[in-house]
Design a protein around this ligand. Structure first.
Ligand SMILES: Nc1ncnc2c1ncn2[C@@H]1O[C@H](COP(=O)(O)OP(=O)(O)O)[C@@H](O)[C@H]1O
Ligand SMILES: [Mg+2]
Length: 373
């Protein structure tokens, strides 16, 4: 099939998927691709990346290196990304050089800016936290009047794992010196970068939907996972989530709408806050496989990684049904040193990412405990 017929383009077995980004998500995508008889070529700026160990080939180059990007476009039948801060220009350049990139630039660019992301979510009729764009201290004050306190100030771009955000509490009396100091501190905390102020959502729990849309428009959604964050980093994802069927359906409906509106091809991760009322509020989405979907590797016939590769390759999507309850726990920093104990636990699937230094806050691996009994 010709690449000019982008909608119907299929990567046949033995074909090659290019992946922008070489972290653990790229590593698990490459493993899933290999299971389907597909090769992977990883493209990333780091010269030792977790995905290299298991991929067929790799290119080490910056995302702005046009010669290297052309090489990738020529080597891969279809290209995807595992990292949402890949410059949109790289994706546009690849597409202009005849490559099929799934998901495309629209989903990527929207997810890179928290303001555009929230505006998009509201436009399709889904709720977000109250928000206000902040470009200076005056806008921060106006924003606080609008969204109330407590509030969270987040940089519009490049935040992850709770980085690039700071909380403004409700304690400081209005217009007191303490209040002035608190907001100046918050503004400095985000590096005076273009930001967004969000009202604090009094959620009862956080859930996420991992969804996929095929090139043919078929949508498959996994069961919602219940997520617990510690210090802004995902700690555990559990299925089933302790939410009503109505709440799960509301979240599924939003994820489906997002996939369709973005004309999306691939796996998406949508994070939600659940309110006391059972309503859901979109926190953010990731245009890629998502940490809160790692449980699908062991609790579903088709994991989120295989599902993403199927979508990118133009294959039929797989069944997202869950055959087991599960709790996924991230191994962060020193946690990874428990590997021996974890490996000896019954019904526990250990996944390590091959990273050398167990630095604090670094995702080193995860375990998924199946709860079949
Ligand atoms: N508006 C909010 N109200 C309440 N909690 C929030 C809000 N925004 C973020 N959080 C908490 O911080 C976590 C990380 O924030 P998030 O916006 O998802 O950033 P990141 O991109 O770093 O994952 C969320 O999962 C949630 O626990
Ligand atoms: Mg998040």
């Amino acid at each position: 099939m010709s690449k000019t017929d982008a909608k119907n383009f299929v990567v046949e077995p033995n074909g090659t998927i290019g992946v922008l980004g070489g972290g653990q998500l790229g590593r698990m995508l490459a493993t899933a691709a290999a299971e389907l008889g597909l090769k992977t070529i990883i493209y990333c700026p780091e010269d030792k990346a977790p995905a290299f160990d298991v991929a067929s080939d790799h290119i080490v180059a910056s995302y702005t290196d046009e010669t290297a990007l052309k090489k990738l476009a020529a080597a891969a039948d279809a290209i995807t990304y595992e990292f949402e801060n890949v410059p949109v220009e790289a994706v546009n350049f690849l597409t202009a050089n005849g490559a099929i990139v799934r998901p495309g630039a629209k989903a990527l660019s929207m997810a890179q800016d928290r303001l555009f992301e929230k505006e998009f979510v509201n436009k399709i009729g889904a709720a977000t936290a109250a928000f206000h764009p902040v470009d200076d201290l005056a806008a921060l004050k106006t924003g606080l009047e609008k969204v109330g306190r407590p509030a969270i100030l987040k940089t519009r771009r490049l935040g992850y794992d709770g980085k690039g955000q700071t909380r403004i509490t409700a304690d400081d009396a209005d217009l007191s010196t303490a209040f002035e100091k608190a907001i100046e501190f918050a503004w400095a905390e985000v590096g005076a970068a273009p930001s967004i102020l969000e009202g604090f959502v009094p959620f009862t729990c956080e859930i996420s939907i991992i969804g996929a849309r095929g090139a043919d428009g078929d949508v498959k959604l996994y069961d919602p996972a219940e997520n617990v964050h510690k210090s802004g980093i995902l700690a555990t994802s559990s299925v089933p989530a302790k939410v009503s069927d109505e709440t799960a359906d509301k979240a599924r409906a939003v994820a489906r709408k997002m996939l369709d509106e973005l004309d999306y091809v691939g796996v998406i991760g949508v994070e939600f806050f659940v309110l006391e009322s059972g309503d859901v509020i979109v926190n953010e989405y990731a245009p890629r496989v998502h940490n809160s979907g790692h449980w699908t590797q062991n609790a579903c016939a088709v994991s989120q990684f295989e599902q993403h590769i199927r979508a990118v390759a133009g294959w039929p999507l797989g069944d997202p049904a869950r055959h087991s309850n599960a709790v996924m726990e991230n191994l962060i920093g020193d946690d990874v040193h428990q590997w021996r104990t974890l490996a000896a636990e019954p019904q526990t699937c250990v996944h390590l990412y091959g990273k050398r230094d167990a630095r604090a806050g670094r995702k080193m691996g995860h375990v998924t405990r199946l709860k079949t009994r």
